[in-house]
Design a binder for this molecule. Structure first.
Ligand SMILES: *[C@@H]1O[C@H](CO)[C@@H](O)[C@H](O)[C@H]1NC(C)=O
Ligand SMILES: *[C@@H]1O[C@H](CO)[C@@H](O)[C@H](O)[C@H]1NC(C)=O
Ligand SMILES: *[C@@H]1O[C@H](CO)[C@@H](O)[C@H](O)[C@H]1NC(C)=O
Ligand SMILES: *[C@@H]1O[C@H](CO)[C@@H](O)[C@H](O)[C@H]1NC(C)=O
Length: 253
């Protein structure tokens, strides 16, 4: 309850802030065209638009209201409904295979939300700022994405071994990330994999594939894989089912 309330409080803060910033920039930004921004977002979500670096400048207000005005939450809820239906109807866990029934979740903007950070980066209209993001992540202050935390609890109580795989650097961010996950209610996962020196310079697809392959080689069956980036879901051993959750703010190759 406390956590749910805190979520709503920050959501209100973000929403009010977004309204304020619309007014500030509307004179300088081109005319808002929700229709073309929706087409752009659909292209992003369907993996038709790739390797984009920033949100189109005229879509700042559109992406801001998408992320904070309720549609993003509704879209997440829809994905979680699909996952729940899949678990209920198609996944059969039994005592003999439970120990090796795995589920993969990404961390940033899957388990934990960085919307508060990206709001300061004009919802992705500003270019990626590795230093800025690293100091945000080091604070360990990202709120949970509530729909995914609910899913996470369901996966754990159903008996899945949940593995978290993140491109965050393990040497510098292991402590803040594990703390952040813990304070936001992510307890009972099997293991958190972070990028270490063995994977430096590798694309997310290569790194995440390699980790998943290790799990499969250990005998795990990956029933599902959830991420906000296509690079979470592409490559080897992606999982029996993959589920893309929305993120129109940035693209990870
Ligand atoms: C664009 O969409 C947002 C959110 O759906 C809405 O608040 C706004 O009024 C729309 N703007 C235009 C110009 O249609
Ligand atoms: C939005 O942009 C598209 C493509 O640029 C254009 O065809 C359409 O007329 C615009 N809609 C509005 C309401 O301005
Ligand atoms: C599953 O794991 C538990 C705890 O590690 C172990 O006691 C049990 O024997 C395992 N079951 C199978 C079927 O491997
Ligand atoms: C990096 O992580 C992988 C997977 O956990 C592990 O196999 C590897 O030994 C680690 N490399 C270093 C240098 O710690």
């Amino acid at each position: 309850m406390g956590i749910a309330r805190a979520w709503w409080v920050w959501l209100m803060v973000v929403a009010v802030g977004a309204l304020g910033s619309c007014r500030l920039c509307s004179s300088s930004s081109p005319t808002i065209n929700n229709s073309s921004c929706l087409s752009w977002r659909l292209a992003v979500e369907a993996n038709n638009a790739r390797a984009w670096r920033t949100v189109p400048p005229n879509c700042h207000d559109y992406v801001g209201s998408y992320m904070t005005g309720g549609q993003y939450q509704r879209d997440l809820d829809m994905v979680v409904q699909q996952i729940t239906a899949y678990i209920t109807t198609e996944v059969q866990l039994s005592n003999t295979n439970n120990n090796y029934s795995a589920w993969i979740l990404d961390v940033d903007d899957t388990c934990l939300s960085n919307v508060l950070y990206y709001r300061r980066k004009r919802f992705g209209c500003d270019p990626y700022d590795p230093t800025g993001f690293k100091s945000w992540a080091a604070k360990g202050a990202s709120p949970a994405v509530p729909a995914i935390r609910t899913l996470f609890r369901k996966l754990v109580t159903t008996g899945f071994k949940v593995f978290l795989i993140t491109g965050r650097d393990g040497d510098s961010l292991a402590h803040s990330t594990t703390q952040n996950l813990h304070t936001q209610g992510y307890t009972g996962y099997q293991r958190l994999f972070m990028r270490n020196s063995s994977y430096k310079g590798q694309s997310a697809v290569a790194f995440k594939s390699e980790i998943r392959k290790q799990l499969v080689d250990q005998g795990y069956k990956i029933w599902g894989n959830v991420g906000d980036q296509w690079s979470d879901l592409a490559g080897d051993c992606a999982g029996e089912r993959t589920f893309k959750i929305p993120n129109p703010m940035y693209f990870v190759p």
